[in-house]
Structure formats: C-alpha cells, structure tokens
Design a protein around this ligand. Sequence first.
Ligand code: NAP
Ligand code: F7E
Length: 334
Amino acid sequence: MTEAKRAFITGVTGQDGSYMAQQLLAKGYEVHGLVRRSSTFNRSRIDHLHHDEHIPGKNLHLHYGDVTDAARMQQLMVEIRPHEVYNLAAQSHVRVSFDEPAYTAQASGVSALNLLEAIRSTDTSIRFYQAATSEMFGASPPPQNEQTPFYPRSPYGVAKVYSYWITRNYREAYDLFAVNGQLFNHESPRRGETFVTRKITLAVAKIVKGLASELWMGNLDSVRDWGYAPEYTDGMWRMLQADEPTDFVLATGTAYTIRDFLTFAFEHAGLDWQEYVKFDPKFLRPTEVDVLIGDAGKAKSVLGWEATVLPPQLAQVMVDADIARLEGAKEGQF
Ligand code: NAP
Ligand code: F7E
C-alpha cells in the first residue's frame, strides 16, 4: 500500500482552510491543521471534519501554534513531514490592517518566511502554497493578471506583497516548489461575518426572520470580482500538482459593485435594500481599492481551472445558507 499524502494547512479554522481540509480528506490525504489556542470555540468550520479514531476517514489532526512563531513552525515541519504545505493563515481583514499594521505584517507577510525557512531546513521537496491576493494589485487598473504591477493600498496588501516576493525568492534561490496564488475575492456560507458579502447575506436573513431592521455599511461604489471559495481551494491544490512551480491568478472575470451585491441578496428574499441600508463612515478605509477584475486565463490554460459560480448565484447560495442557519441548520452542512 502506498503512503497517504500528508498536507499541513495553516489557517485551517478559516473559510479557505476548512474547504481545503475537506477536499484533501476526500482525496485520501492525511491532513494536519494549525489552530490557535483561544478562550472561545474557534473550530466551528472544521468541527465536522475533526479526527475521531472511532470514525473511519476522519483523518484531520490539529496542532496548536501561531504562524508568527518561527520556532514552532520549524518544530511542526519536522514532526508532520508534510508533502504539501498550504499557508492560508493571515490577519485577512483589510480594514483591520489599518488598526493593526505591525501585527498584520507578521501574520500576513513574515509568516511565509517562517514556513519557507522551516521547509528549507527540513526537506526541500515539500511543496508550498502561499495565499497571495488581488489586494496586491490595489490601484493598478483592471483587468489584473500575473503581469500586472503591484500597487497595494493597505497594510494588508503591503504585507502580502512581502509574502509573494519571499515565496518567489525561495523558489528561485533554493529551487523550492513554492507558488503564489493571486486570488481575487472568494466567498461562501463560511465567509467571516465582517466581510462585505457575508455581512449583507446575514443581514438579509436576520431581516427575513424579524431579527434586524437595518444594515450599516461603508463605500458601496467599489467593484469586486467575487467567486465561490470551494472552487478556489480546488485551484490551490491544482497549483501544487502542476509540473512546474509558477504563480497564478484565480478570478471569475466578472465586475459588480457592492450595490449590485446588495441588490442580488435582498431581491432574492423579495426585499428592497434601499429601505434597510444606512451609511456609517467607520466602515470606510483610509485608502480604498476601487476596482478589482481578474484575468484567470493562465490558470485556465495551464491548470484547466475555471470559476463556474458567479456573483448573482453566489449571493443566493449565501442568503439561503444564512436563513437555514437561523432555522437551526448545522455548520457542517455548508
Ligand atoms: P479567514 O477566514 O480570515 O481565515 C484566516 C485563518 O488564519 C483563520 O484560521 C485564523 O485563525 C488563522 N490565523 C490568523 N492569524 C493567525 C496566526 N497568527 N497564527 C495562526 N493562524 C492564524 O481567511 P480566508 O478567507 O479563509 O483566507 C485564507 C487566506 O487567503 C488568507 O491568507 C487570506 O489573506 C488569503 N486570501 C483570501 C481571499 C478571500 O477572498 N477570502 C482572497 C485572497 C487571499 P482563527 O480562526 O483562530 O482566527
Ligand atoms: O470589502 C466595501 C469595502 O472586506 C469589500 C479579503 O478576503 O478580499 C477581501 O478583502 C469592499 C471594500 O473585502 C463595507 O470598502 C462597504 O471596498 O469584503 P471586504 P476586501 O477588502 O476586498 C481580498 C482579495 C483579500 O485578500 C482579503 O483577505 O466592500 N465595504 N461597506 C465594506 N466592507 C466591509 N468589510 N464592511 C462594510 O460594512
């Protein structure tokens, strides 16, 4: 019998990490995830996947740690000896990065170096995926692809530019199979509740159920290219199975404003968003990214990857899931 592939996922409790763990387990991987010790429960997205020796196929093993702790990353790399590492951990909220720029630099930028160094000193055949982002393009005009110059507009975007270049540098300097996924926004029923799509769909569900009557928001004019997260984690996996290590954009190529997403979500519930949405300047950013529209042509031709779920359908899926949750549906269903 051949040995099962082992993967190490940082950020396994997050949106993408939870889908990645689920997909790798379905492929027969032994999955190891990094979790932060917290005084409150932070594993709701992976609780249904957790290792239980009484249930066959539940092959998810969790390890305490923090990606800013280089020594711990080194120790876990030796202990787990993964074939593939997915660095999905980050302080991923753009607005919050203006409040916590130094911590964001460590968690979203230098964390990549901590893992790359651990790989370099343990086993250079370990394949490494770095969660880069369309936020690195920032103010560069669309459509943005792998050749577009970076012009980040937040401490988060700046931190991710560091993670991108250190990943490329280790690929070129030490011949590592280390790649960047330059992913545009991707959403799902597991999206964090303070990101704009989920904030909207949760508010719609609460309004439908009589639990809320207004929604406070910031800039409604920005344009985003929103895809469906499980399709993007599949794209990450494909990047690590490729013949050569190289960087890829993943995106849908569609362009909608926040107003458009409000319309999709509220109309799905038979509501008019203008009756509920109010403006609060606290949700504005000191510098905004106005327009992100990705060109994923390289991923299509090299990886055979293409997004199929587009924003109007995505909004409906998310509203339905939030209503189902309020009616008692279990987290694992989504
Ligand atoms: P997310 O839901 O915010 O999840 C972030 C994960 O990182 C959580 O598991 C979190 O743990 C963990 N984490 C944060 N700081 C950490 C630290 N210091 N040490 C260890 N773990 C830490 O993010 P996501 O949407 O899944 O995104 C995954 C990755 O892709 C992130 O790197 C993000 O920046 C990047 N990205 C996301 C998008 C997108 O549209 N979703 C697009 C491009 C790139 P807790 O649960 O304990 O907080
Ligand atoms: O904001 C506007 C806000 O926070 C989208 C992260 O996953 O994708 C994400 O970053 C837009 C911005 O995502 C509110 O000003 C208006 O223009 O959902 P968001 P983001 O900043 O695009 C990238 C690719 C990542 O890599 C990041 O990790 O919506 N907006 N009103 C609002 N945004 C929020 N959060 N809340 C509001 O009330």
